[in-house]
Design a protein around this ligand. Structure first.
Ligand SMILES: Cc1cc2nc3c(=O)[nH]c(=O)nc-3n(C[C@H](O)[C@H](O)[C@H](O)COP(=O)(O)OP(=O)(O)OC[C@H]3O[C@@H](n4cnc5c(N)ncnc54)[C@H](O)[C@@H]3O)c2cc1C
Length: 359
């Protein structure tokens, strides 16, 4: 049996950013990954990172804004190898009532955070004519998640053990944890963090996480059809990145099909029509992108924190994990180390992994 004082299970964005937080405090970490880093939800070629607009009564707005701000800061210092651009997003709403609510909010905020655009000004902002008026969110952007995961793991104190699935987790009478791996190895650790998205079966306490399939689609870049900003509503299209615009994403519960489906591309084509109706007339231009699963929770906030002595989790990051899991990593590790937190202390309660009670 080998001994490692801190073991993280899962090398997606959640696990990689937790490992980086420990490493940057001088603590050596072993990361166990059943496949390769960024082989789950964090393996998409592109992710949109955008603050959800809204007032103080909207926890997702506060949380996503803090997450994007955290990422911008980290990328400015360590992100040279991570393709990204904070180009801003044009956000439309589903109906007039929601538009008016957001307009009332926008009127109380600075234009550096949110500003209404309509008509020709909106078309000029987007590069293409959007389906309606909406709001520009200048803090939003896109990044390449796989490169972000690798950049987070790139630290001399982080050891990544690939093709190593943790198959069993037991606590010894002395409080330490024993992990059995699929390759027969047994590890013991004083501190374990599960960052396994929806795969929470190792947890000694049942956790309320579901999974939802999603498929991205892509449209080839056209020289005379530039899109300058992310255009979004109940989905998004990005500016051209490596020759394609990414459209995201379908969402299906109880769907285990890992293959890309034409029907999902057609659904994403409909999404594109609701964003930029004149951009593509022929559904034939839409090609399949990646299929992956989101780990979802009832209140759309992740489960982050301690569940037993020496055992913590960071799972259930839903549709915003790339934007928010790195901030959660600092919250978790700063709390475990007894240091000042990156956001208000009450977020420890709001993200408490056992807030719904055992499933
Ligand atoms: C189609 C789609 C589009 C999305 N778009 C966006 C977006 O635009 N912006 C955004 O912010 N978010 C987006 N998301 C969400 C985001 O991708 C996820 O929230 C995020 O990747 C979750 O990261 P994670 O580290 O928690 O999980 P994952 O990336 O899934 O990582 C978990 C890792 O744990 C490993 N693992 C599991 N069990 C074990 C075990 N027992 N032993 C060892 N390893 C194990 C897995 O192999 C995996 O690599 C999207 C998701 C999908 C599906």
């Amino acid at each position: 049996m080998s001994s490692s004082s801190i073991v993280i299970i899962g090398a997606g964005i959640a696990g990689a950013s937790i490992a980086r937080q420990f490493a940057s405090r001088g603590r050596a970490v072993t990361v166990l990954e059943r496949e390769q880093p960024a082989s789950g939800g964090s393996g998409n070629p592109v992710a949109v990172v955008r603050p959800e607009p809204g007032g103080a009564d909207n926890p997702i707005a506060e949380f996503s804004a803090a997450g994007v701000h955290w990422l911008q800061d980290w990328l400015a210092r360590h992100g040279a190898s991570v393709p990204h651009a904070f180009c801003g997003a044009f956000r439309m709403t589903r109906d007039e009532r929601r538009h008016d609510k957001l307009l009332a909010y926008a009127e109380t905020r600075s234009h550096n955070e949110i500003a209404e655009f309509s008509g020709a000004a909106a078309a000029q902002l987007c590069g293409q004519t959007p389906a309606g008026s909406g709001f520009f969110l200048p803090q939003a952007g896109w990044l390449a998640p796989v490169a972000l995961v690798h950049a987070m793991l790139d630290h001399p104190l982080i050891h990544v053990h690939t093709r190593a699935e943790a198959t069993r987790l037991d606590q010894h009478p002395d409080g330490s944890w024993q992990l059995n791996l699929s390759d027969g190895e047994i590890l013991s650790a004083a501190q374990v963090v599960m960052a396994t998205a929806y795969a929470t079966q190792l947890s000694p306490v049942p956790l309320a996480v579901d999974r939802a399939r999603g498929q991205l689609s892509v449209v080839p870049e056209q020289a005379d059809q530039a899109i300058h900003v992310i255009v979004c509503r109940d989905g998004y299209i990005t500016p051209a990145i490596n020759g394609v615009h990414t459209i995201g994403a379908t969402i299906q519960y109880d769907d285990e099909d890992a293959s890309a489906r034409r029907s999902d591309d057609l659904e994403n084509f409909q999404r594109l029509q609701r964003l930029l109706p004149g951009f593509a007339k022929d559904p034939g231009v839409v090609r399949s992108g990646r299929v992956a699963w989101r780990a979802t929770t009832r209140d759309r906030l992740p489960l982050v924190g301690k569940i037993a002595e020496g055992l913590s989790v960071s799972v259930g990051h839903g549709s915003r994990g790339i934007a928010c899991a790195p901030l959660c990593a600092e919250l978790l590790v700063a709390d475990l180390c007894g240091e000042p937190l990156p956001i208000a202390r009450d977020w420890l309660t709001r993200l408490d992994p056992l807030r719904f009670g055992p499933r």
